[in-house]
Ligand binder design. Structure first.
Ligand code: URA
Length: 191
């Protein structure tokens, strides 16, 4: 029987035409450690991500790398993906239908990796898991999704690039994330 792997998922996504965005953009699946305990999920690829067919490799990705380093992590330790797998034209916000059409790809990535923590970057990603919750209320505070899976909402690094207040908030939320992950490792947190 054919085994479902991230490589197979990527190959299937590359030829998939189930979303209008796939007519104008390249497929960008997530990347990183297939055994990661933590998945970071952004909104949609931008221009650089579309060009290189890799998530978070532009300016926001550079900032994400720095934030990861600030809590002792590298991209190789985690898995990084997006709700929408194709760049919306001109980097506009993804439409609800586009998020819905791409949703099964993200669910398959999560099912394969089986993380303990999902860090949502920005409101589109948070909305995928908790449509009723706002990022203003929840950022930096762990939200239990199931007995074994916690969502940790954080602002999107792109939004914080040019906004000093958001940047400070993002950095402080990352410190809280670092603490949360440390406690998880030694079993202090029951999730
Ligand atoms: N912003 C996102 O949400 N995802 C990327 O991959 C890059 C920028």
């Amino acid at each position: 029987m054919l085994e479902l792997t991230l490589d197979l998922l990527k190959a299937k996504l590359t030829v998939w035409k189930g979303c209008d965005l796939a007519k104008t953009a390249n497929a960008v699946l997530g990347e990183g450690n297939p055994n990661a305990k933590v998945i970071f999920i952004g909104e949609a690829p931008g221009q650089k991500e579309d060009e290189l067919r890799r998530p978070f490799v532009g300016a926001a990705g550079q900032f994400l790398n720095e934030l990861l380093a600030s809590i002792g992590l590298t991209r190789e330790d985690v898995y990084i993906s997006n709700v929408v797998k194709f760049r919306p034209p001109g980097n506009r916000d993804p439409e609800p239908i586009e998020k819905e059409q791409c949703m099964p790809w993200l669910m398959l990535e999560i099912a394969l990796i089986k993380p303990r923590v999902i860090v949502t970057l920005g409101r589109h990603s948070l909305g995928h898991f908790f449509p009723q919750k706002t990022i203003t209320e929840t950022h930096g505070k762990p939200q239990k999704l199931t007995d074994s899976l916690t969502v940790f909402p954080i602002y999107h690094p792109a939004a914080a690039l040019h906004n000093g207040n958001l940047r400070a908030s993002l950095m402080s939320d990352f410190r809280a994330l670092g603490e949360f992950l440390k406690n998880l490792e030694v079993g202090k947190i029951d999730n």
